[in-house]
Design a protein around this ligand. Structure first.
Ligand code: NAD
Ligand code: UFG
Length: 338
């Protein structure tokens, strides 16, 4: 059986990737320090798939722990989702973000190389593109300035991986640039579990719907978009997770370093999402218009045709499914995994 090391396995995206890996017959070795998650998500993955993850509660910066894991398992590829991801927090704590994301990745790569495991799929982000000149964004789009340490850490890791592959072409590396993952597994057993006040739109909306927050703050209504609110390319997290399985299929051949946008390829505004959520749930989402959030851009959406052409992957689920599944998760788990 093919063994995959999945870092960040307990997190929002990692847990959904774990489900798809187990369903596809992979053996999953999971690692997470639980700094932004808890092991209940891992139990939930087992409940969904009726299969188990071999889980290590460890930090990817802990070289000895990684060494132990690689000594115990012959690992074919690594899907590297572990990382800190809050944009605003990264501005407050740049050293912590660079240490965690960059040093964590460097340590992981060094141990992988030591054990001859040179297949890596990396969770990158649309944030690396910055405020680009023209939409939709393709993998060829010239990157613009990325103003926060979180985004910079993703950019730097992409560069490290490119340099590594240039130096040794036996590395096979796929950078997956995620756009805006939302929604949850259709079982409602795993989903996004923000700590404190959610930074992101969908968990905020579901918390308004369940009565935890009185109204949604809509950050800006004067952007150059169809209704003035910010436009993003939302992708169902289950579709995103399936993209990793397609990437694993592609990495089996000698692929060098490849980059793919994982997105649905459509832009929806904040108010489009609110309307869709209201339509599919029947719950009114009160909102107030607030000033634009620092660092936000007006619109960001991708051309995801390269992933279709080369990986045979495309997003199947639409915005209504994303809202239904996000709400199903919130309803079944009003306090997340607690
Ligand atoms: P998440 O916080 O839910 O999951 C990340 C997991 O990594 C957490 O379980 C956390 O405990 C773990 N982790 C963090 N640092 C670690 C370390 N040093 N050692 C071991 N484990 C560690 O976040 P997510 O939304 O699932 O994101 C997964 C990846 O996808 C991240 O790399 C993130 O930057 C990237 N990404 C996320 C989004 C998004 O909107 N969610 C968009 C683009 C890219
Ligand atoms: N928004 C609101 N109110 C909120 C939260 C968000 O109006 O309470 C708006 C934002 O202004 C933006 C849109 O909703 O227009 C989406 O915001 P999110 O915070 O959900 O997502 P972002 O596009 O800002 O960022 C997310 C991740 C980043 C990642 C990026 C691209 O947080 O880490 O997607 O993948 F880099």
């Amino acid at each position: 059986m093919v063994k995959i090391l999945l870092t960040g396995v307990a997190g929002y995206i990692g847990s959904h990737v774990a489900v798809e890996l187990l369903n596809a017959g992979y053996d999953v070795i999971g690692i997470d320090n639980l700094s932004n998650s808890c092991d209940k998500s891992i139990q939930a993955v087992s409940a969904i798939t009726k299969k188990n993850i071999t889980f290590y509660k460890s930090d990817i910066r802990d070289e000895d722990a990684l060494q132990q894991i690689f000594s115990q398992h012959i690992i074919d590829a690594c899907i590297h989702c572990a990382g800190l991801k809050a944009v605003a927090e990264s501005v407050e704590k740049p050293l912590e973000y660079y240490d965690n994301n960059i040093n964590g990745t460097m340590t992981l790569l060094k141990v992988m190389r030591r054990f001859g495991c040179k297949n890596m799929i990396f969770s990158s982000s649309a944030t690396v593109y910055g405020d680009v000149d023209a939409l939709p964004i393709t993998e060829q789009t010239t990157k613009r300035d990325c103003s926060n340490p979180y985004g910079q850490s993703k950019n730097m890791i992409e560069q490290i991986l490119q340099d590594l592959q240039n130096s040794d072409n036996s590395w096979n590396i796929i950078l997956l640039r995620y756009f805006n993952p939302i929604g949850a597994h259709k079982s409602g057993k795993i989903g996004e579990n923000p700590q404190g006040i959610p930074n992101n739109l969908m968990p905020y909306i579901t918390q308004v719907a369940i009565g935890k927050r009185p109204y949604l703050n809509v950050f800006g209504n004067n952007y150059n978009t169809h209704d003035g609110t910010g436009v993003r390319d939302y992708i169902h997290v289950a579709d995103l997770a399936k993209g990793h399985i397609k990437a694993l299929d592609a990495i089996k051949i000698n692929c060098g370093l490849k980059i793919y946008n994982l997105s649905a390829g459509k832009g929806y505004s904040v108010l489009d999402i609110v309307k869709s959520f209201e339509k599919v749930t029947g719950i009114k989402i009160p909102y107030q218009i607030k000033p634009p959030r620092n660092g936000d851009i007006a619109a960001c959406y991708a051309d995801a045709s390269k992933a279709l052409k080369e990986l045979g992957w495309k997003a199947e689920l639409g915005i209504d499914d994303m809202c239904i599944d996000a709400w199903n998760w919130q309803k079944k788990n009003p306090d997340g995994y607690k």
